[in-house]
Design a protein around this ligand. Structure first.
Ligand code: ADP
Ligand code: MG
Length: 256
């Protein structure tokens, strides 16, 4: 049965999509069956997986509003070796449509119910908000992976996210927990980053993943080729870190 994880952080540009795409490809490299769900109307995870968001006939939007199934919307990311339920701007309208629908927080969970046995991991790339879309991700998931940059304001944002996750846990999804914090775009030469990193370890203990993803230009270049960074340049430091993170996740799920 698939373990389902949201990659979430209400801040934009913190590395959610990069983490989702590279974790998906890293897990696939390790022989895992992976489904990536793009829940962001920007469609960056879709494009970064080599799928053209402008030519989709069905997408995650159709899934959420009941106009399509997983089987209709699913496409193969050939370069990454995983399946994708893609997204594009259609999804921006879903938020309003969902408000009027039954089980509005559980639409994604319901849609995935029949497909859990087909995958080992289902990864959900959340938009940069605590919206009804993100809520659908959190209600469908077993756990949340939080990518974060080690800067001062990151800690402030983290408490809002942790509180939201606690509320979802209490009211909507008893299975939900924080799987871990992933330090990304890390630059060890910056003293403040080292300090924040140490604070995270002190405060969150083993909830902080051991893998640390450095700032690495090869990871930023990969999306324009539609190839996950870990495949685009496997030997780059960023790719190596995401491959180590994928291994760590495989070990971590054994303990859940
Ligand atoms: P989010 O999904 O949280 O908005 P992204 O994953 O899209 O964040 O990352 C924001 C930008 O930073 C993108 O241009 C991406 O290519 C770049 N980026 C992400 N991680 C790294 C990294 N480790 N090193 C260098 N650039 C990165
Ligand atoms: Mg993103």
């Amino acid at each position: 049965m698939a373990r389902i994880f949201c990659i979430a952080n209400q801040k934009g540009g913190v590395g959610k999509t990069t983490t989702c795409v590279n974790l998906a490809a890293g897990l696939a490299t390790a022989g895992q069956r992976v489904l990536l769900i793009d829940l962001d109307p920007q469609g960056n995870a879709t494009m970064g997986s080599g799928i053209d968001k402008r030519t989709l006939t069905k997408s995650v939007y159709h899934l959420l509003v009941g106009l399509g199934t997983v089987a209709d919307a699913r496409v193969r990311a050939e370069n990454g070796g995983y399946d994708v339920i893609p997204a594009n701007r259609d999804l921006a309208g879903a938020e309003i449509e969902l408000v009027g629908l039954d089980r509005r927080e559980n639409r994604l969970r319901d849609a995935l119910a029949l497909h859990k046995s087909e995958y080992d991991f289902i990864l959900i790339d959340c938009p940069p908000s605590l919206s009804l879309l993100t809520l659908n991700g959190l209600c469908a998931a077993h756990g949340v992976i939080i990518p974060m940059q080690c800067e001062y304001y990151a800690l402030e944002g983290l408490s809002d996210l942790v509180n939201s996750i606690k509320k979802v846990h209490a009211n909507l999804n008893r299975e939900l927990s924080i799987i871990g914090l992933l330090r990304v775009m890390f630059d060890p030469r910056v003293t403040l980053q080292q300090q924040v990193s140490a604070q995270l370890e002190a405060h969150f203990g083993n909830k902080v993943f051991k893998a640390i993803v450095p700032r690495n230009v090869r990871l930023a270049e990969a999306p324009s080729h539609g190839i996950p960074g870990v495949v685009f340049d496997r030997s780059a430091k960023g790719a190596q870190a995401y491959l180590a993170f994928a291994k760590e996740m495989i070990e971590r799920v054994k303990t859940l």
